[in-house]
Design a protein around this ligand. Structure first.
Ligand code: SF4
Length: 407
C-alpha cells in the first residue's frame, strides 16, 4: 500500500491506474535518461532558490554570478546523458533558452526581497482529516507579500500555460494550500500562483473554503479507489497520448501484444503464440459481426480469450480487423434473489432496519456500487452486510473494429 501520496501520484492514478501500479506500488526501476526539459526545470529551480535565499539576507547576486551558478548546475549532468526529443533543437539551444528565461526573471524581480520569505523548496506534509492518509509535496516558495497575503509560488518552465480551473491546477496548488494551512494554522489569507518563466506571466487563484472541502472529498475518494483497486488488484491500463512518455510501455499489458507482433515482423517469422492470439482475436471479431452468432459460442470464445490473455499477461489482442480488449478483475457483489431468496430477504430486512431505504429502490448492484464500495456506509453497517458479499472473478471482452473506406 502506498504510504504517502503526492500530487504526482494522484495525477498518475487519474491518467493511468496501471502506470500508478508500476511506479508507486511495484516501484519498478526504470533505466531512462533524464530529459533535457526536466534538467532545465531542475537547474532553474535551484538558481531561483539561491537568489531568494540570498535576497532574504539582503544580498543580491549579480547577473554574472547567476550565470556562473546556472552553468555549474547545468554541468552537473553530462550532455550525452540527457534525452533530447526535439528534432530542431540541440542541447545548446536548451541551455540558452533556460538562461534567457532566468535573465528575464532576474530583471523583473531583482533584488528578490519583496515581503517576507518563509522558505524555498519547502517539504511539507498533510494528513487528511479523519484518516491516516498522508500527502507530501515540495513548495517552491512561500512568502508573505506586503499586502499581508501569503503566496504559495510554483515555477513552471514548460510551454503550456495552466488554466486556474483545470484539474491539474486544482489538485496541485490546492494540495499545497492544505499543506501550508495545516503546517502553519496562523496563516489565513492565501493566494496560489504559478509563475510561467517562458511566457513571463502568472496564473493566480484564491480557493474558497468550499473549493478546499471539494478537494478534500476528492482526495478521500481517490484514496478509497486506490485501496479498493489494490485489494482486487484492479489497475487497468488506460491508453492515451501520455503513453508515448511512459517508461513502462515494455511491461504494459495493453501494449505487449502489439510489441510481440512488431518484434516478430522484424524477425520475419510468426511464432505460434502471437499467431494464436491474433487468430483468436480475428475469430472473435468475425463472429461478433455476425448477427446470427450463437450466444454460447461467443461465451466460449470469451472464455478462451480470457484464458489466453491471463496466460500471456496481455489486456489487448490485435486482430486484422481491430483489437480485442480483455479485462480480468474481481468484483464485490451482494447475494441476489435468484441465487438465494432467503438470504436476499434477510439482506433486505437488514437494509431496511438500517434505514437504508434508498437502496431498496435499487438492486443489489446499486447498493454495492453506490453504498458499499463508495464508502458511504459506516463500518458497523458494512460489518452487518459483509456476509452477503462474495468476491467473484469477472471478465469483460470488448471488440473494436478498424475503420474501413465504407465506414
Ligand atoms: S503505456 Fe500507456 S496504458 Fe500502458 S501503463 Fe503506460 S500510460 Fe498506461
Amino acid at each position: 500500500m502506498i504510504s504517502q501520496f503526492s500530487y504526482h501520484a494522484i495525477n498518475t492514478y487519474r491518467r493511468c491506474p496501471r502506470q500508478f501500479k508500476f511506479r508507486y506500488l511495484e516501484k519498478i526501476p526504470v533505466e531512462k535518461r533524464p530529459t533535457v526539459e526536466l534538467h532545465i526545470g531542475n537547474v532553474i529551480h535551484r538558481v531561483l532558490e539561491e537568489l531568494y535565499k540570498r535576497g532574504a539576507n539582503n544580498i543580491v547576486m549579480t547577473l554574472d554570478e547567476m550565470h556562473d551558478l546556472y552553468s555549474s548546475h547545468w554541468n552537473s549532468i553530462a550532455p550525452e546523458k540527457l534525452e533530447v526529443s526535439s528534432e530542431y533543437m540541440g542541447i545548446d539551444d536548451f541551455y540558452n533558452n533556460g538562461l534567457e528565461m532566468l535573465d528575464a526573471y532576474y530583471k523583473k524581480h531583482t533584488p528578490f526581497k519583496l515581503g517576507k520569505l518563509y522558505g524555498t523548496e519547502m517539504r511539507l506534509h498533510y494528513t487528511l482529516p479523519g484518516t491516516a492518509s498522508k500527502f507530501r509535496g515540495t513548495i517552491d516558495r512561500l512568502w508573505e507579500r506586503p499586502d499581508g497575503v501569503v503566496e504559495i509560488t510554483d515555477y513552471k518552465t514548460g510551454q503550456h500555460l495552466a488554466q486556474p480551473k483545470s484539474k491539474e491546477f486544482f489538485y496541485q496548488m490546492g494540495l499545497y494550500q492544505l499543506m501550508v494551512q495545516q503546517s502553519y494554522p496562523m496563516i489565513e489569507e492565501v493566494e496560489l500562483v504559478q509563475y510561467f518563466l517562458k511566457m513571463g506571466c502568472e496564473v493566480k487563484l484564491r480557493m474558497t473554503q468550499d473549493d478546499l472541502e471539494i478537494l478534500r472529498e476528492e482526495l478521500r475518494q481517490v484514496i478509497l479507489e486506490t485501496i479498493h483497486a489494490e485489494r482486487l488488484d484492479d489497475f487497468p491500463p488506460k491508453e492515451s497520448s501520455y503513453c508515448k512518455f511512459c517508461e513502462y510501455t515494455a511491461l504494459c499489458p495493453a501494449k505487449r501484444h502489439q510489441q510481440m507482433i512488431e518484434e516478430e515482423e522484424q524477425m520475419e517469422k510468426i511464432p505460434s503464440d502471437a499467431t494464436y492470439l491474433r487468430n483468436l482475436a480475428n475469430k472473435y471479431l468475425t463472429k461478433h459481426r455476425q448477427s446470427s452468432l450463437l450466444k454460447a459460442e461467443v461465451e466460449a470464445l470469451k472464455n478462451d480469450l480470457a484464458e489466453v490473455a491471463e496466460v500471456h499477461g496481455v489486456t489487448k489482442i490485435e486482430g486484422d480487423e481491430g483489437t480485442v480488449s480483455v479485462r480480468l478483475y474481481q468484483e464485490d457483489k451482494f447475494v441476489t434473489k435468484t441465487e438465494s431468496p432467503s438470504d436476499f430477504a434477510e439482506l433486505v430486512a437488514r437494509v431496511r432496519a438500517m434505514q437504508l431505504d434508498e437502496y431498496l429502490t435499487v438492486d443489489a448492484r446499486g447498493l454495492m456500487k453506490d453504498g458499499y464500495l463508495a464508502g458511504r456506509l459506516t463500518d458497523e453497517q458494512k460489518g452487518k452486510l459483509e456476509e452477503f458479499v462474495a468476491t467473484v472473478p469477472r471478465q469483460r471482452i470488448t471488440a473494436r473494429f478498424k475503420k474501413t473506406d465504407d465506414d
